[in-house]
Design a protein around this ligand. Structure first.
Ligand code: ADP
Ligand code: FDM
Ligand code: MG
Length: 212
């Protein structure tokens, strides 16, 4: 019998809902349970494309909105062979933001529609589950306030949340909407049970293609 593959687990949500905190907790928990797991995050600021994105986010320079959208997508595509290899080798990947942030953030800008935004990510490895940490941006903001990066303002985050809502209507994807106002520990317990389920189901299935 073929070796079991790992699962592709994505955490999404607006800024400061606790994605990075939960990704780390999840990684530790899976490893403690003896599962092979690794963390990835997007944008991956370590690559050359990632550095362009990072300096754009830090407002060191401006870029055309279409161009930056495609850079975010390219920053995922440059990891695809690695993602596939790890999954096939039985490693479960926990991903902090993915194409859904890509589409939600760009389509929150005026003049962009959701369908155009999705095109650049069509065919990426499809997540086995998308854990959406749901919290009003006004509540998320109270967790320390926004920094100085691009997009870190309440009005824009509210538009982004609406766009995520549109993406969640797609029933071909396995969205799990979780209440991110709960304590770190309670939310973690919900996440781990959803993830254990997803890992068991993914094992016997081929890796899917996103939006295809
Ligand atoms: P994100 O990656 O979604 O932007 P972080 O994980 O960086 O969010 O968390 C943002 C801030 O909120 C951090 O200071 C973190 O300690 C805090 N935080 C995370 N989860 C919770 C929670 N469930 N309740 C209260 N504060 C939280
Ligand atoms: N972001 C992130 C996008 O606009 N498009 C994308 O494809 C991705 C992955 O970049 F404001 C935005 C979302 C957020 C910023 O912040 C990255 P973090 O703190 O590194 O997650
Ligand atoms: Mg984060």
């Amino acid at each position: 019998m073929a070796a079991k593959r790992g699962a592709l687990i994505v955490l999404e949500g607006v800024d400061r809902v606790g994605k990075s905190t939960q990704c780390k907790r999840l990684l530790e928990a899976l490893r403690q349970r003896g599962r092979a797991a690794e963390l990835m995050s997007f944008p991956d600021r370590r690559t050359e494309i990632g550095q362009l994105i990072s300096s754009y986010l830090q407002k060191k320079h401006n870029l055309n909105d279409c161009a930056v959208h495609l850079l975010f997508a390219a920053n995922r595509w440059e990891q695809v062979s690695l993602i596939r290899e790890k999954l096939q080798n039985g490693i479960t990947l926990i991903v902090d933001r993915y194409a859904f942030s890509g589409v939600a953030f760009t389509s929150a800008k005026s003049g962009f529609n959701l369908e155009w935004c999705k095109q650049a990510d069509v065919g990426l490895p499809k997540p086995d589950v998308i854990l959406f940490l749901n919290l009003e941006p006004s509540a998320a903001m109270k967790r320390g306030g926004f920094g100085t990066e691009r997009y870190e303002n309440l009005h824009f985050q509210e538009l982004v949340l609406q766009r995520f809502g549109e993406l969640m209507k797609d029933e071909s994807l396995n969205w799990k909407v979780l209440d991110a106002s709960q304590s770190i520990e309670v939310l973690h317990q919900e996440i781990i049970s959803n993830v254990e389920n997803a890992i068991e189901k993914a094992m016997d299935q081929p890796i899917g293609e996103l939006w295809n």
